[in-house]
Design a protein around this ligand. Structure first.
Ligand code: NAD
Ligand code: UDP
Ligand code: UDP
Length: 315
């Protein structure tokens, strides 16, 4: 396998991708950021454009890509339900054709490749908390399937390139992550609640608000990705990365309101189809294999995120 300094980040102008590019530049890597700007923006990486070792390439990963690199982080894919359901066929294409193209690229170059997979591969889980050995409960024909099944198929492709072509792969199953540079209107719960509270609008709770999620701050998550990429060749994952502290959506709304203040009231809206009732990562493997555990509390992470959205709304 190649051991050089250059790294390709697909989806690098998105929320997680832009933080990853930043982290890699801090480590003095040569970074090529590939993005078609579907949900990401140039603004997210504008502050990186001045770096000599940073290159931004507008490209859709569903088409082949011929560049040189030593490592690939494959993050390209809309992540919020509102965005990935906007053009579900394109979402599956991005996950599946995108994975094939990036695996083909990695195979030609003998480059190490990491897949940003998701807790959604577990669907609406019967096992709690979720361990990597759990196969999941996913509806193959529902409105979330383009994302869930696309990501599951991408995992299959990664493991087949590993078995068939001895490619060095790493699969990370990312649980709900939040922080600065989330898209303000992507409909995800943390950004929705904060933006609603800052504008003094009602906070929209879907269903009765008793469903749970576990929220990881972006810096912690990026650290898990970088650590996974640095593991020994035989470590493929899948490995869960997320914060195991679990909250109901009602509890999250109350925390956001307490931080932001203002006149917002809670209003209840219908629960979207196939919305998982509970989600919490078992991170035993990440602790053992990566020496990793999240450090940032929800309180501290929310403060940073509120400050980001406050500035964004002002400008
Ligand atoms: P995001 O929407 O902010 O970023 C995705 C990026 O991919 C965007 O910049 C978008 O423009 C780009 N993109 C989409 N389709 C593309 C295509 N065909 N070609 C090139 N670029 C394309 O989302 P995010 O939260 O940063 O998520 C990044 C990755 O992490 C995704 O693969 C997502 O599935 C995964 N993930 C994120 C979370 C989370 O909570 N944030 C949880 C689980 C998994
Ligand atoms: N590919 C790419 N860049 C490369 C090499 C391959 O985008 O540098 C794409 C190409 O579209 C190809 C896919 O990756 O179809 C899978 O490549 P692989 O070599 O596994 O299979 P094949 O070329 O036989 O289809
Ligand atoms: N949710 C909510 N209000 C909102 C947005 C989301 O109550 O304004 C709920 C949603 O139904 C889900 C949880 O918050 O139960 C997390 O939603 P998100 O879209 O952030 O992520 P995912 O469902 O993919 O975990």
């Amino acid at each position: 396998m190649r051991e050089g300094n250059s790294v390709l980040v697909t989806g690098g102008a998105g929320f997680l991708g832009s933080h990853l590019c930043e982290r890699l530049l801090r480590e003095r890597r040569d970074v090529v950021c590939v993005d078609n700007f579907f949900t990401g923006t140039r603004r997210n990486v504008e502050h990186l454009l001045g770096y000599r070792n940073f290159e931004l390439l507008r490209h859709d990963v569903t088409f082949p890509l011929y560049v040189e690199t030593d490592q690939i982080y494959n993050l390209a894919c809309p992540a919020s339900p509102v965005h990935y359901q906007h053009d579900p066929v394109q979402t599956t294409k991005t996950s599946v054709h995108g994975a094939i193209n990036m695996l083909g690229l990695a195979k030609r170059l003998r480059a190490r490749i990491l897949q940003a997979s998701t807790s959604e591969v577990y669907g609406d889980p019967e096992v709690h908390p979720q361990t990597e050995s759990y196969w999941g409960r996913v509806n193959p024909i529902g409105i979330r399937s383009c994302y869930d099944e696309g990501k599951r198929c991408a995992e299959t492709l990664f493991f087949d390139y590993w078995r068939q072509h001895r490619l060095e792969i790493k699969v990370v199953r990312i649980f709900n992550t939040y922080g600065p540079r989330m898209h303000p209107s992507d409909g995800r719960v943390v950004s929705n609640f904060i933006v609603q509270a800052l504008k003094g609008h009602d906070i929209t709770i879907y269903g009765d608000g008793q469903q749970t999620r576990s929220f990881c701050y972006v810096d912690d998550l990026i650290d898990a990705l970088v650590r996974t990429m640095a593991t020994a060749p035989e470590f493929t994952g899948p490995v869960n990365a997320g914060n195991p502290v679990e909250f109901t959506m009602l509890a999250l709304a109350e925390r956001v309101l307490k931080l932001v203040g203002g006149p917002s009231k809670l209003v209840f809206k219908p629960l979207p189809e196939d919305d998982p009732k509970q989600r919490q990562p078992d991170i035993t493997l990440a602790r053992q294999a990566l020496g990793w555990a999240p450090k940032v509390t929800l309180e501290d992470g929310l403060k940073e995120t509120v400050a980001y959205f406050r500035d964004l709304l002002r400008s």
